[in-house]
Write a protein that binds this ligand. Structure first.
Ligand code: AP5
Length: 216
């Protein structure tokens, strides 16, 4: 099972990818997480990506494509993989399609998380993450049991730099101008499944699971 999770920032792509990966053992590859890890470790990729990410802009295509091809090639793909937040431009989509076809691993389903703008802004401004294990919370929707402390590992929670209202607006602009056209691209290939990202996380999961269950 080889999936792409496509949708605006805050649509819940990462949340669903983690649920599916933890429950079904599918490899979860988030470009955002991989880039943030590179920034943290101050790698060459991280140094180049940092300023783009902080401004809410896309990191240059070729850098992201190369990084993802390498990650896909080296990961354990026995049960398939989920590409979360990648591809994000038509150029990335065409490039990765060519590469994956060459590896005999074409994408079989693309989930498009259709989500309202006010919900996206509410979710992202309230998102908190664990510094140690990366677990994801929302101060109102999915609060930790103890304020600013991770339920899973006791680590400290923090807010992503690009989750300020101003940068969220920029990320949405970038999504509308550069990523939205992928909906038509994948619809044309007949592999797009549309779902409402506005619904509760468990409801969204059930919908995804319902579509995939014959192959899980
Ligand atoms: P990335 O990390 O991919 O950010 P994003 O796409 O903007 O997506 P988010 O992680 O913000 O949202 P999400 O849909 O995963 O939502 P989540 O599940 O966390 O990218 C960051 C940056 O990296 C980019 O701006 C760019 O610079 C660079 N980059 C990444 N990929 C790139 C690429 N391919 N090319 C070039 N540059 C790239 O949920 C959000 C919040 O809502 C959480 O608090 C969660 O708890 C809550 N929540 C989730 N689902 C629900 C629900 N159903 N109901 C209620 N609350 C919910």
């Amino acid at each position: 099972m080889r999936l792409v999770f496509l949708g605006p920032p805050g649509a819940g792509k990462g949340t669903q990818a983690v649920m599916l990966s933890e429950r079904r053992g599918i490899l979860h590859l988030s470009t955002g997480d991989i880039l943030r890890e590179n920034v943290k470790r101050r790698t060459e990729i991280g140094k180049k990506a940092k300023s783009f990410m902080e401004k809410g802009e896309l990191v240059p295509d070729d850098m992201v494509i190369e990084m993802m091809i390498e990650t896909i090639k080296t990961g354990n793909k026995d049960k398939g993989f989920i590409l979360d937040g990648f591809p994000r431009t038509l150029y990335q989509a065409k490039k990765i399609d060519g590469e994956l076809e060459g590896l005999n691993l074409p994408i079989d389903t693309v989930f498009y998380f259709k989500t309202s703008i006010d919900i996206v802004i509410f979710r992202l401004t309230g998102r908190r993450l664990c510094k140690d294990c990366g677990a994801n919370y929302h101060i109102k929707n999915m609060p930790p049991k103890k304020e600013d402390v991770c339920d899973k590992c006791g680590g400290e929670l923090y807010q992503r730099k690009d989750d300020s209202e101003e940068t969220i607006k920029k990320r949405l602009e970038v999504y509308n101008s550069q990523t939205e056209e992928l909906i038509g691209y994948y619809r044309g290939k007949g592999i797009l499944k549309e779902l409402s990202g506005d619904l509760d996380a468990d409801v969204v999961y059930e919908e995804i699971f319902g579509i995939l269950k014959k192959d899980l």
